[in-house]
Design a protein around this ligand. Structure first.
Ligand code: UTP
Length: 288
């Protein structure tokens, strides 16, 4: 079944980025000249996604506004005859269909995804997390996962090899077997201590899930922090069918973390057609 729907859970508190995220969402932090979330929406649209379901929470209204039409701004640009900027902002609301559902309290990623159950319906769907920004030349990361899903007809999770000292910051997969970039998963552990980590293959914020996952999330008990973990539901799902981990091609930035965000900012600015050269010479002026 063709994957046309994507769930974007954006209801987290963004505590790693305080105080910037006290009243505004981390997804709206700007990477060069676009909010983080727009990069991820464009990735999904480039991969053929037609409907995006945002799971939002408090202080997230600016995300809705960003993907809505801005009639006053459009009129102003029309009057000025600035068609370039007009196209730029019109394009944002026309990229695909946007729907919104609310997670009243941030009770974990699993709980957030469950909120999209009725809008997703009975079909496989993508999940993209707005703080993982993945740069690829032309093959969007979620599109790579969609192709693996077409071959395996099973859920697929993006994974990336991370340095040993970072393993305990991630969900980590226990691979049963591997064939090139494709790993069949035996189990998953959330934020394991280094000596308990089954591999250094960390789970990154891109997933293809089947609708059965909703039943598994519904029967997942909250953890000690009161959060319903997606990883727990995925582990239970393994009793029902296989799940694959795919080492996607591309460069990933953890833009929900201050250092990761700075790395992304520098590298996206260096890649920018308009700013790259000037920014590069500015950076080299700092070195001398
Ligand atoms: P994170 O683990 O990054 O949590 O969530 P967070 O609250 O956003 O940020 P920190 O760690 O406090 O800085 C991963 C993704 O899941 C979403 C977040 O918005 C983020 O995209 N999420 C998390 C929800 O939508 N609801 C939740 O209850 C938890």
């Amino acid at each position: 079944m063709k994957i046309t729907k994507a769930v974007f859970p954006v209801a987290g508190m963004g505590t790693r980025f305080l105080p910037a995220t006290k009243a505004s969402p981390k997804e709206m932090l700007s990477l060069v000249d676009k909010p983080l979330i727009q990069y991820v929406v464009e990735e999904a649209v480039d991969a053929g996604i037609e409907q995006i379901i945002f799971v939002t929470g408090r202080s997230k209204n600016s995300i809705e506004d960003h993907f809505d039409r801005s009639v006053e701004l459009e009129l102003l640009l029309e009057r000025k005859g600035d068609t370039k900027k007009l196209d730029l902002i019109r394009h944002i609301s026309e990229m695909c269909e946007f729907s919104y559902v609310r997670q009243k309290e941030p009770k974990g990623l699993g709980h957030a995804i469950l909120k999209a159950k009725n809008l997703v319906g009975d079909q496989p769907f993508a999940v993209l997390l707005g703080d993982d920004i993945i740069h690829t030349e032309k093959d969007p990361a979620i599109g790579q996962l969609i192709r693996v899903h077409e071959q395996t007809n099973s859920p697929v999770i993006a994974v990336e090899r991370v340095p040993e000292n970072e393993v305990s910051a991630y969900g980590v997969i226990d691979p049963e077997s591997a064939e090139g970039r494709l790993n069949k998963i035996k189990g998953m552990v959330e934020k394991p201590p280094l000596d308990k980590a089954p591999s250094n293959l960390a789970i990154i914020g891109r997933y293809i899930l089947s609708p059965e996952i909703f039943d598994f999330i519904e029967s997942t008990a909250p953890d000690a922090q009161g959060e319903v973990q997606l990883t727990t539901a995925l582990n239970d799902f393994l009793q029902h069918g296989p799940i694959y981990g795919y080492e996607f091609e591309g460069t990933r930035y953890d833009a929900g973390d201050k250092l990761g965000f700075l790395k992304a900012t520098v590298e996206y600015a260096l890649r920018s057609d308009k700013l790259g050269d000037r920014f590069r010479s500015y950076l080299s002026s700092l070195e001398t």
